[in-house]
Design a protein around this ligand. Structure first.
Ligand code: ADP
Ligand code: ADP
Length: 227
């Protein structure tokens, strides 16, 4: 689903990611864990095709992104990747159903269909009773579930979650993690970026990153030493 090969990213004289080698197979659920500043967001931005690497090869769903124009890359992203962030990014005053349905605004689907898909997605995350609630009427955990419903609306095969429980109390955090497990069981490839070691250890695969290096990958290969 995702293949990083020799991926480096520099910002001026800061090297945020060094020679990253990572293969994520379809249907995996894994954590990318590391302290603040270790390069997690940089890796997520690159896996999410929001950013191009300074060097190295990135393949998403078999496509070498180096061979795609920005427009082709946007289309690949729109059809393939859902994003969830620590801050829920829900517009104030907009009911959950509309927030989610707006994710399909540019899909060419008629309004009624957008709304019925949005309702289905909200039911899927356990918010069938919150369709018309606005963000200020929802708990943090519910807001994150709305954001997840929006992210999975078009059934993307890949879900990238950046500190999805970072703004939640531990109980809501568990509900959100359980939901990510459910999406994984339903076939979605899920990558969770976190600085929380307990969350990372609770997932089937753990990729540890430090100072821009992948220092450990529980997927058998051990430390990703450059060949
Ligand atoms: P994390 O998500 O693990 O906190 P980041 O990927 O955000 O780490 O950052 C890794 C390193 O790259 C840090 O030293 C950070 O300051 C630097 N960095 C990240 N994004 C930028 C940017 N846009 N411009 C300059 N430096 C950046
Ligand atoms: P996180 O909370 O995920 O670790 P950060 O707070 O490090 O993320 O960064 C938030 C955003 O700011 C990211 O998109 C990152 O690329 C960018 N960023 C991080 N460090 C810098 C920096 N030194 N200069 C410019 N942008 C940065």
């Amino acid at each position: 689903m995702v293949e990083l090969s020799g991926v480096r990213k520099t910002y001026g004289d800061v090297t945020a990611l060094r020679d990253a080698e990572l293969v994520i197979r379809r249907g995996e659920l894994l954590a990318v864990v590391g302290p603040s500043g270790s390069g997690k967001s940089t890796m997520l931005n690159i896996m999410g095709t929001l950013d191009r690497p300074t060097a190295g090869t990135v393949r998403i769903d078999g496509h070498d992104i180096d061979h795609l124009s920005d427009r082709e890359l946007s289309a690949l992203r729109a059809g393939t990747i859902g994003f969830v962030f620590q801050q829920f990014h829900l517009a104030p005053g907009i009911p959950a159903l509309d927030s989610v349905a707006d994710g399909l605004l540019y899909s060419g689907r008629p309004r009624a269909e957008r709304r019925s898909l949005a309702e289905r997605a909200l039911r899927r995350v356990g918010l069938g009773h919150r369709l018309h609630h606005e963000p200020h009427q929802l708990s943090g955990g519910e807001k994150q579930r709305v954001a997840i419903a929006r992210a999975v609306l078009g059934d993307p095969p890949l879900l990238l979650a950046d500190e999805p429980t970072g703004a939640l109390d531990s109980r809501s955090g568990l509900v959100v993690m359980e939901l990510l497990h459910e999406l994984h069981r339903a076939g979605t490839t899920v990558v969770v970026i976190t600085h929380d070691r307990d969350i990372a250890a609770s997932l089937p695969r753990e990729v540890r990153i430090r100072d821009g290096w992948i220092e450990h990958d529980s997927d058998g290969a051990g430390p990703a030493l450059a060949a």
